[in-house]
Design a protein around this ligand. Structure first.
Ligand code: F8G
Length: 259
């Protein structure tokens, strides 16, 4: 049963559904570019954007195929529009018409991201993925981050290892790094940020329905300048129908962000 007014949606939409709509909003103004979501909620949000606010988004199966249409999460593509093997991804990254949403083991006050390892680079306490495509993404493409469990160990004053480069470090590195650096949104299970705070810092744009500003502050390992922060919008009725009946009828979203 889907509610019909936006006030009702604010009450009935789950946190995962609010996150999906917030992620969709991160892609709504991109026009015809390759949307590259890493992980399940980002994939749901991108496909939601394609079916609502930005039908021009180019989407893939996350492996090597560009898709026509917008299949449900993890469904086999009915129509394949193109082939993008590993080596060609680098051409698209260099060309720039791409918006990637990556994960982040750590993201800091200045919008730097770490997916490489935790601790000292020479002798980390946890080895994670390595830098992967993160540095190249952040100097060539619009980049956003998705954090399913907002906590002080993720939102840190300073990342242990910089993999995704935030605007301040990009400027320090020179025009080659800064020219196309565009950290667009950080969406977590609690809130939405950009990096347009004072001195290129994380700025709180909205707090999800049912979450207080104090909760966001407690879950963030650095000082947040924020007073009158709006509430993240609830998904529309159309979006809820698309999420629940078209894109994710198996409710995989609720596993990543439990209600
Ligand atoms: C922590 C923390 C923390 C976790 N602080 N400790 C502990 C302290 C935790 C566990 C242990 C493990 C273009 C492009 C590419 C490509 C293209 C080019 C990319 C070719 C593709 C391939 C390539 C990058 C894409 C992502 C990452 C998505 C995630 C993961 C994760 C970690 C990385 C965050 N804060 N956190 N620990 N990739 N994945 O207690 O300890 O560490 O923890 O774009 O690649 O090369 O280029 O997940 O680790 O976007 O987001 O989730 O590995 O599962 O289990 O959480 O319990 O073992 O003791 P994980 P996790 P312990 S773009």
């Amino acid at each position: 049963m889907v509610s019909t007014s936006s006030a009702d949606n604010g009450r009935s939409a789950t946190r995962a559904e609010v996150c999906a709509a917030a992620i969709a909003d991160a892609f709504k103004d991109d026009g015809e570019i390759f949307a590259s979501p890493m992980g399940m909620l980002p994939m749901l949000g991108v496909r939601l954007a394609k079916l609502t606010s930005n039908p021009d988004l180019v989407i893939s199966d996350g492996e090597s195929l560009f898709l026509a249409g917008t299949p449900p999460l993890f469904a086999k593509a009915e129509v394949v529009e193109g082939w993008i093997p590993f080596r060609r991804v680098f051409d698209v990254v260099a060309h720039g018409k791409r918006h990637v949403m990556m994960g982040a083991t750590q993201v800091d006050r200045h919008g730097n991201q770490n997916i490489s390892a935790v601790g000292d680079f020479a002798q980390p306490t946890r080895q994670l993925l390595g830098s992967r495509g993160a540095p190249g993404n952040t100097v060539n493409n619009r980049t956003s981050y998705w954090v399913p469990k907002h906590s002080p160990r993720v939102f840190v004053e300073r990342v242990d290892i910089v993999t995704g480069v935030g605007p301040q470090l990009a400027k320090e590195a020179g025009p080659g790094a800064a020219r196309y650096n565009d950290i667009h949104r950080v969406v977590s299970n609690l809130a939405v940020f950009d990096v347009r705070g004072a001195g290129d810092t994380l700025r709180l744009l909205s707090v999800h329905p049912g979450v207080t500003l104090d909760e966001v502050r407690e879950a963030t390992g650095f000082e947040l300048e924020a007073d009158d922060v709006p509430t993240t919008r609830a998904p529309t009725t159309e979006e809820l129908v698309i999420i629940r009946e078209v894109l994710d009828p198996r409710k995989l979203r609720e596993r990543e962000v439990p209600t």
